[in-house]
Design a protein around this ligand. Structure first.
Ligand code: NAD
Length: 499
């Protein structure tokens, strides 16, 4: 579908009274509507609670427009929302859902196009997908697409089981697995920065790059998600999906073209080249952490093991740092360091590409006036790129000084901003699956992560908690780079003169 075409579809949101629907999906759909990007559409909200259409429309209105400002456009938008009270485990209610879907399809001329968005806990995904098929909801005459949220399984085994279930009703091409990082402006920009600039692509390899660092840190703790997080931890919650996705975009070969298949197949090749880290190597290549109490913005915050629904003896990691090696011609020998954690000093996602030093030290590097060239990609909350160079210090002598060239995007503050969802929803409506994860990526990333969790689950970490809330993680994460002669570039105020 062309970039400016207006897609038409019936969108069914399962879990329509939940947090994701209210905070992300309704506002994102509204933005698309406001920008006139949507053709004919209607939405059926599905959830267990009993609500009338009017009550549901009021809740959609509130989530899009919390200030309650009167607005005709919004009235028109909200009028296209319908509610169907339905327990997804109850086989009987799918038939009546299908009747409503047919009626709306006719009423709004939706050409039998259907999007099923599962904004619910993953244990329901398989059941819903099976019912959608057996009860005829997938038999409409237009396209059918399934959108599912993370987590996609808990490990490779459970992900395979889930995939087999949903594949009974949808082909791989019809499955849109959301990784909202792939909807972020600067994550999408990684490809453009790399493949549209002749000054970068020739240098983007092990001859010129010393190491790449990807940090995604949060200041929040687990909040009310303790029960979920205890079973997940940072490795499954962040590394298996978002962190490895960013690494694959940084490391992939240039695709032959920008089609979904070409881009995805290059990303899959990165996952295939990722060196498996197993058994004894795990603690050599990976560091886990759990936050203790500490100070954040001058407020005392509790330790992870004091949070609600968390075991006081918890072995769950809230921080992971790791060294990834991509064993192919381009990247042999270049470490990709990743780190992610909760209750850290700053909320930020950043990529630092550190280039190798010049072969000869003409300008007295030891004195700190010459630094390695760095390309920093700011993903969030700021969005932009900074290139750190060395230039002559003004004056009589041939001294050098670090300078930086910056480009700032006008970003929107906040992890998970509706912007990412807006783009991803629009892609899905247009049938563009490029920024969604293919099953091969999911399977390969789980097999990588499973080797690490196997060791961590077997060996309880005796030193938890091992980093203070408000810090940049455990000391061992610094030692991980130190033993290779590297260090983490600061993520806040990355001013070379201060490093
Ligand atoms: P939530 O608990 O707020 O909402 C769950 C929804 O499912 C509610 O509408 C509830 O009524 C409905 N539901 C539960 N059991 C049901 C049943 N048997 N039949 C019918 N409806 C039922 O959850 P959420 O935060 O909106 O998250 C939904 C999914 O999205 C989860 O998989 C979560 O991991 C994922 N996710 C959420 C966010 C977020 O920001 N909230 C971000 C990323 C991923």
């Amino acid at each position: 579908m062309a970039q400016n075409e207006k897609p038409t579809a019936l969108i069914m949101i399962f879990g329509a009274t939940g947090d994701l629907a209210k905070r992300k999906l309704f506002p994102s759909l509204y933005r698309l509507f406001e920008k006139d990007r949507l053709g004919d559409f209607a939405v059926i909200g599905v959830a267990r609670r009993s609500l009338t259409n009017d009550e549901f429309q009021t809740s959609v209105n509130q989530s899009v427009n919390p200030e309650g400002v009167e607005n005709d456009k919004l009235k028109e938008f909200v009028s296209k929302f319908y509610y169907h009270s339905h327990d997804v485990t109850d086989s009987d209610s799918y038939a009546s859902l299908n009747t409503v879907a047919h009626e709306l399809d006719n009423q709004y001329n939706l050409s039998g196009n259907r999007i099923f968005y599962l904004a619910m806990a993953p244990e329901f995904f398989g059941t819903i997908a099976e019912h959608l098929k057996t009860d005829g909801l997938t038999d409409a005459h237009g396209f059918k697409r399934l959108v599912i949220e993370k987590p996609f399984g808990h490990d490779l085994e459970s992900a395979k089981k889930l995939n087999n279930q949903i594949r009974t009703a949808f082909t791989e091409d019809e499955i849109y697995r959301i990784d909202h990082y792939l909807g972020k402006e600067m994550v999408q920009n990684i490809e453009v920065i790399r493949f549209a600039n002749s000054i970068f692509e020739p240098l983007w390899n092990n001859r010129f790059i010393s190491n790449i660092q990807v940090t995604s840190s949060e200041t929040l703790g687990v909040e009310e998600r303790g029960r979920y997080y205890e079973k997940s931890g940072a490795l499954r919650d962040m590394v298996q999906n978002h962190m490895l996705q960013m690494v694959s975009l940084l490391a992939m070969e240039p695709p032959i073209s920008l089609t979904t298949d070409e881009i995805r197949s290059e990303k899959v090749r990165v996952f295939r080249a990722l060196r498996p880290i197993k058994g004894n190597e795990v603690n050599e290549y990976f560091v886990r952490g759990q936050y203790g109490k500490g100070l954040l913005e001058e407020k005392k915050v509790p330790a992870y093991n004091e949070e609600d629904m968390v075991d006081p003896e918890s072995n769950t990691e809230t921080f992971v740092a790791g060294k990834l090696m991509i064993d192919n011609f381009r990247w042999a020998g270049v470490p990709f360091y990743i780190r992610t954690g909760k209750r850290m000093e700053a909320k930020t996602t950043k990529i630092v590409v550190e280039f190798k030093d010049m072969p000869m030290d003409l300008y007295n590097r030891q004195e700190g006036s010459v630094r390695p060239n760095l390309l920093v990609i700011h993903i969030q909350p700021e969005e932009g790129i900074t290139l750190y160079l060395n230039a002559k210090k003004a004056g009589q002598f041939m001294n050098s000084t670090p300078v930086k060239l910056s480009y700032a995007n006008k970003g929107i503050d906040g992890l998970n901003t509706p912007e990412a969802y807006e783009k991803l929803l629009y892609d899905c409506l247009r049938g563009d699956a490029t920024n969604f994860t293919h099953w091969d990526e999911v399977a390969l990333s789980w097999s990588f992560v499973d080797n690490i969790s196997a060791v961590w689950e077997k060996e309880k970490e005796q030193n938890f908690p091992n980093y203070e809330a408000g810090s940049m993680g455990p000391k061992a994460a610094d030692a991980l780079l130190d033993k290779d002669g590297h260090f983490w570039w600061p993520v806040t105020n990355l001013d070379v003169e201060k490093c």
